[in-house]
Design a protein around this ligand. Sequence first.
Ligand code: SF4
Ligand code: MG
Length: 320
Amino acid sequence: YNMKKYFPINRGLLNRNTTYVKAVDDISFKVMEGETLGLVGESGCGKSTLGRSILRLIEPTSGKVIFDGKDISTLSKSQMRTMRQDMQIIFQDPYASLNPRMTVGDFVGEPLDIFHIASGEEKFKRVILLLEKVGLDESCYNRYPHEFSGGQRQRIVIARALSLNPRFIVCDEPVSALDVSVRSQVLNLMQDLQKEFNLTYLFISHDLSVVKHISDRVAVMYLGRIVEITGKDELYKNAMHPYTKALLSAIKIPDPALRTKTPIVKGDIPSPTSPPNGCHFHPRCPQAQKVCSEIKPELAEVTNEHFVACHLYNESAIIH
Ligand code: SF4
Ligand code: MG
């Protein structure tokens, strides 16, 4: 709730002129138990920062995270450590997450050691079971990460993330670094695991086509703010925010390689250190009105469970 993460940028020797990058600017949303909430936006919009702030891997500037009715933003470091068993994160680059000098078995089982959950034979059995759950087997146990393909490495990372029986996993672009051919395999695996272990996912991606299959609801983020959030089907059928519409037309480009090179909307993303006034999107928005450069549109429920932050859907704003 009201999550904010501002990064100070020091200018010069005197600290007086500190400005802040509002990477996450007053965002509130809920993730329901057992669901996948897709979080989509161009790179640099603050998605990863938001994901890390929720888990307090970085400390939010202000705001609350309520998990299971508990405000985890006020927990001490050691209380948070216990909490982390329930909350895991999977990053984009599986190789960077892996320790190249650790065998797969040691890597997957390490959290069991750290939290004194299992050791020896018991730990070995658990790790084998985890490897099997992600489509690998015992033969991987004593091998090293470099012996595996990108897709297999991400499976290893997932096995480790599952080792503590988490309930909530932030998935930060988990398939973006993988070959297109293995992406859907890993996505399918993640969906199967979600059902089996009743996991809740916050699934971060820069590509609306990636979250389409896996999400129940989708939130679209632009320059630190959520501009639209609704059910998956509703979003892909009845997108309302001009930025979401632009993102949707961008995914019609069939070649994903070309897609990332083609700008989604005319104009560059403005610098997050000095975002435009009013609606952050107004310099790039084809439907911008006068009010858009003056007043920040609030996220409001336009139709049932469909929230949009855009003056076009607020008649009183347009008249002024
Ligand atoms: Fe475009 Fe205005 Fe809506 Fe922003 S508020 S998306 S500028 S129409
Ligand atoms: Mg990122």
